[in-house]
Design a binder for this molecule. Structure first.
Ligand code: ADP
Length: 402
């Protein structure tokens, strides 16, 4: 038992479940209503050779476990183990709830929701809208409910923050019956944008009511127009495939390309899905890697093209999102590339010189938080995102208001 865990209080477990891995964090209450992370970890290899790893807040290893062949290691068994392991480290604290990142909340859920069998049934109906993520998010919830039926569970949606967007931002120009059945722009990375919308006014109170473009540049990448703390428009649409090119996803593409692939290449839905989700983006253009660091280090002209295309599209979308808000008062970079890649930010900054953006090279190298020069027409910030913190805060609130 570590001394940092001493002192009782409440705890929240945060879960982000994928197809074969499950990331988790444990948050503890820390005075003045705050929550701080005390444990991070993951179970990888679910369905093949599960492996559990956990670290404390300073990234020191706490525990590891692999499951021997023949040992029960389905999701329910893994989550039962995880809960037991966590409860052994709570030092008298009460585990209030498990908060899950759930990719799709449909059109109805503009806020997190306490899970009940009826809500689960509704969330299952969104599987066709997000077949690569939603089933795995829900499988973890079901497995945990089986292992620990008494533990309240909360779903926090990647789509929720965008639900207040004007209709023009949410609608495709397609026959209305398709819109009515749910073929519309949802927007994703909402938990990240919501965190940034809360954090930015702490750094710059004058921007609380401002028009802010946020670039979430991770292995998945998107951008969002936020006006007075609310999402107005976003680059991701019906799925997390739209908008910017990403590590392996194509981003915005002429739908005529899909028809071409079907007609001329005889490709079916599965092959097209694989091409657009797994073989495109930085990887497809460079032919080398989906990792921005490898591309920036490479001398290969195709690596350079991948980086350039990524930055070009970020600059272009900044203009589009500014137009959605009738102007722009600040630009924010976040997530893996946004938080750590000064060269990418510098390139985007150069391409936005027409907008009066001037970066301060030293501040940019130091990763901010303010990276624009005093004579820049708009301030530019780097703000590390924290989707897990957002889920923990939401989960606690959902319990209080239930
Ligand atoms: P995810 O979307 O999976 O949560 P992250 O936000 O952690 O991803 O971002 C991961 C990506 O960030 C990696 O694929 C890598 O390309 C990029 N990245 C991380 N550190 C750096 C860095 N120092 N310079 C450039 N890119 C980086």
């Amino acid at each position: 038992m570590t001394s940092q865990n001493a002192g009782g209080g409440n705890a929240i477990l945060v879960i982000n479940a994928g197809s074969s891995s499950l990331k988790f964090s444990v948050f503890r209450e820390s005075g003045a209503g705050g929550l701080r992370v005390t444990i991070n970890g993951q179970i990888s290899g679910i369905g093949t050779e599960p492996k559990f790893e956990a670290k404390d807040a300073a990234k020191n290893p706490l525990a590891e476990r692999v499951w021997a062949a023949g040992e029960p290691s389905d999701r329910t068994a893994l989550l039962a183990f995880l809960l037991e392991w966590i409860e052994g480290r709570l030092d008298g604290a009460k585990l209030l709830a498990a908060g899950h990142r759930v990719v799709h909340g449909g059109t109805r859920h503009a806020a997190p929701v306490l899970l009940t069998p009826a809500v689960m049934e509704e969330l299952e109906s969104f599987i066709p809208l997000a077949p690569l993520h939603q089933p795995h998010n829900l499988a973890a919830i079901r497995a945990l409910a089986e292992a620990h039926p008494e533990l309240p569970q909360v779903a926090c949606f990647d789509t929720a923050f965008h639900r207040g967007q004007p209709w023009q931002s949410q609608m495709f120009a397609i026959p209305r019956e398709l819109t009515d059945e749910g073929v519309r722009r949802y927007g994703f990375h909402g938990l990240s944008y919501e965190y940034i919308a809360r954090r930015l006014p702490e750094l710059a109170p004058e921007l609380a009511d401002g028009r802010v473009v946020v670039a979430h540049l991770g292995s998945g990448a998107s951008m969002c127009a936020i006006h007075a703390g609310r999402s107005v428009d976003s680059t991701m649409g019906f799925t997390a495939l739209d908008g910017l090119p990403m590590g392996t996803r194509c981003g915005n593409i002429d739908p005529g390309v899909l028809i071409y692939l079907m007609r001329q290449k005889g490709m079916g839905a599965d092959a097209i899905e694989k091409l657009l989700y797994n073989k495109s983006g930085l990887l497809g253009v460079s032919g080398l890697s989906n990792d921005m660091r490898a591309l920036l280090d490479s001398e290969d002209p195709h690596a350079e093209e991948a980086v350039e295309l990524f930055c070009f599209r970020i600059a272009k979308e900044t203009g589009a999102l500014a137009a959605s808000m009738g102007g722009i008062d600040a630009l924010v970079f976040t997530a893996g590339i946004g938080e750590r890649s000064a060269p990418v930010r510098a390139r985007v900054g150069d391409k936005l010189a027409w907008l009066g953006v001037i970066l301060d090279p030293a501040a940019n190298e130091a990763n901010g938080p303010l990276i624009s020069a005093p004579n820049s027409r708009i301030p530019v910030y780097v703000i590390p995102t924290d989707e897990e913190q957002m889920i923990a805060l939401h989960s606690r609130k959902a319990l209080e208001t239930a």
